[in-house]
Design a protein around this ligand. Structure first.
Ligand code: PLP
Length: 399
């Protein structure tokens, strides 16, 4: 048999998907499983979204759509951007693709040559590393341990950009930690970015509507408008509108970058399915009850999760202020045993937790921080507290 391309030896399936699959399998075998593994919203978009789709089906011509994205969706996205302080962009600055993951892949393809460097903070969303590896890019990881609340400091950024990476990839609010940068922290990082004109800044802000405690969502372009010519804002319909399966992601940035994504679209996908565009435009431009209600609900869930975690002796969980993840430092369990099994690392802890208590979490090493473990608190409401109690019991049983 002829060989696969060399790049496939660097491509691997997502760890999160593997754990979610294992949890699904155990459930199918009749085990009582609570899954805190995958970040899937447990809600659907509002009724107006489905109505817009029904209306559109009657008119559908079945023809190809625009490589950039439909005008209605681009306009709805531009309105949302104004709402978060990103004014003055036009359709030409934007492009739509099959989810933010596809946007990020397109951006990496459009901006990186072989061997170029991409820098990003750790813990990171798993696909950042996978995308870089598939494309043969070098990766510079910027460690942000729990002691600094998983946040990047201006000094770290300044040092990292000295080697002129082609892309600095930033994620706010963060998956997996739920950390949100304050206005002052964003301004301080933006001041550093201004000093490093050779680096593109890709800011993956898909949880920008999911911010708690009144901290608000802030971005580099608001802080330093001159960064507009290098910053690419990434957004998605998946998480806050309960639409992950519709696969709609968007970007806004310099026209040349948006045009490059459009060119890649024209070769890869032509256009995202029109039905998904219609649904996304309706969700963005219609009533915002779903994201608003969910934000309040997730803030309450966050409190429950973090309070239980920080009540466990030795576990430390910096308080997330956004997204729907908690990322406790569970290294206190390393070297201890559960049911006679010694736990050496985060993978051992997650495996024992799943086997003994039926709770699925993702090991922190999947995100580049092996002292952690990610809890996604989007499960059905009646599973959250029992699942957290099982985690508490698990730690109490360590010897
Ligand atoms: N970026 C981050 C930080 C994410 O957490 C995710 C999904 O989990 C994505 C991008 C991809 O989102 P999408 O469903 O739009 O592809």
């Amino acid at each position: 048999m002829p060989k696969l391309a060399q790049r496939m030896s660097r491509a691997k399936p997502s760890t999160i998907m593997l754990i979610a699959e294992k949890a699904r399998q155990l459930k199918a075998e009749g085990r009582d499983i609570i899954s805190f593994s995958i970040g899937v919203p447990n809600f659907l978009p509002g009724p107006h979204v489905y109505q817009a789709v029904r209306d559109w089906l009657d008119k559908d011509s079945g023809s190809y759509g625009s490589n950039r994205g439909s005008a209605d969706l681009l306009d709805a996205f531009l309105e949302h951007m104004k709402g978060v302080g990103l004014d003055g962009y036009t359709r030409e600055n934007c492009a739509v693709a099959v989810g933010a993951k596809h946007i990020l892949y397109n951006l990496a393809e459009a901006l990186l040559d072989d061997g170029d460097e991409m820098a990003f903070p750790t813990p990171y969303w798993t696909s950042y590393l996978d995308i870089a590896e598939i494309l043969g890019a070098k990766v510079k990881l910027l460690p942000c341990p729990p002691e600094q609340h998983y946040k990047l400091t201006p000094a770290q950024l300044d040092e990292a950009l000295a080697s002129k990476p082609k892309i600095f990839l930033f994620n706010n609010p963060s998956n997996p930690t739920g950390m949100v940068y304050t206005k002052e922290e964003i301004a301080a990082l933006a001041d550093v970015l201004v000093k490093h004109p050779d680096t593109w800044v890709v800011t993956d802000d898909i949880y920008n509507r999911m911010v708690f405690d009144g901290v608000g969502y802030h971005n580099f372009v608001q802080a330093r408008p001159e960064l507009r010519e290098r910053v690419i804002f990434v957004d998605s319909m998946s998480k806050t509108y309960g639409m992950p399966g519709w696969r709609v992601g968007m970007m806004a940035g310099p026209k040349a970058v948006a045009d490059a994504v459009v060119t890649l679209n024209s070769n890869h996908i032509t256009n995202i399915p029109e039905v998904a565009s219609v649904a996304a435009a309706a969700a963005l431009s219609g009533p915002q009850d779903v994201p608003t209600e969910k934000r309040a609900e997730f803030a309450k869930r966050r409190d429950l999760v973090v309070d239980i975690l920080n009540g466990i002796e030795g576990v430390k969980c910096p308080r997330p202020q956004g997204a729907f993840y908690a990322f406790p430092d569970i290294s206190c369990a390393f070297g201890k045993s559960h049911n006679g099994k010694r736990l050496e690392n985060d993978v051992d802890v997650c495996t024992a937790l799943l086997e003994a208590k039926g709770v699925a979490c993702v090991p922190g090493s999947a995100f580049g921080e092996p002292r952690g473990l990610r809890i996604s608190y989007t499960c059905p409401a009646d599973e959250l507290e029992p699942g957290m109690q099982r985690i508490r019991d698990f730690f109490a049983e360590l010897s």
